[in-house]
Design a protein around this ligand. Sequence first.
Ligand code: CUA
Length: 324
Amino acid sequence: MILSLSATGQPVSTAGLGGALDPRGPAAREISDLWWVLLLLGAVVYVGVVAFLVVGLMRRRRDDSAAPGDEGVPSKWILLGGVALPAVVLAVVFGFSLASMSALTNDIPDDAVVIDVVGRQWWWEVSYEGHDFVTANEIHIPVGEPVALRVTSADVIHSFWVPQLAGKIDALPDGINTMVIEADEAGRFGGRCAEFCGLQHTKMGIDVIAEPREDFDSWLEGQEQDAVIPDGGVARRGFEVFVEAGCPECHTIKGTDADGRTGPDLTHVAGRGSLAAATLPNTPEHLSEWVANPQEIKEGTQMPDTELSSEDLEALIAFLETLK
Ligand code: CUA
């Protein structure tokens, strides 16, 4: 589902951000179940404490007339309610937490699809083990198969979080954290960076697209292909604009000399669902807005505003739209 989409509005994943309590995978379900257990236990304890408090207040009022120095609260209540009961409740909570922790394995299964995810200010770089391509802000995975994510960062600390599929994992600049995710069903699952990482932390979204194995395989195959540069027409002019404007310094297009790594790889940019890390849906109109005014849409992003004539901008967008 596509949610609010204005350039100045709240950034949203094109998938919307499904809740952690609406799990669509084993890891997220484990966490969701634990959440409900904790809520239930917490509710029982809360109701118990309030009930005792009310009883205590009412008794006190009744006893106000009694002489001072009466027996007060028997110490067995303090031992029972203040020591024994909390110890039991905490032990139970600890037990449930340990069970969940051991169920959330970070060991990479032999048959897992292995994906490297790099957090950057403020987008995600994605590549697949054994495949020669780099993409951004979208992770395709096969349904019903374990997928290992090796998560790291190229700058500051980020946190990768797709609530419907798994818990959060830190993206650290000086190490790799591994998390195994799996989706029960096909769909597009929205995610966010969950660690404050600078000005545009809120516009650092990601989408996970779970699809049947054959669709996933053909997507992989498509991503491996070089871009086909148009040999004529307005799109060809657009490619020239791309080169003249200096875009290749920061962006890669496989099959051309453009090999910059500062910004997302654009080889198949038109095939992605969103722009600027799930900030805008990927339509020609939004792409044009983004290329012309990135600083207005995402202030502080490393993408500079471009000063192109409207003719050149139009040609550039026509070219970028060919990069399926
Ligand atoms: Cu990256 Cu917050």
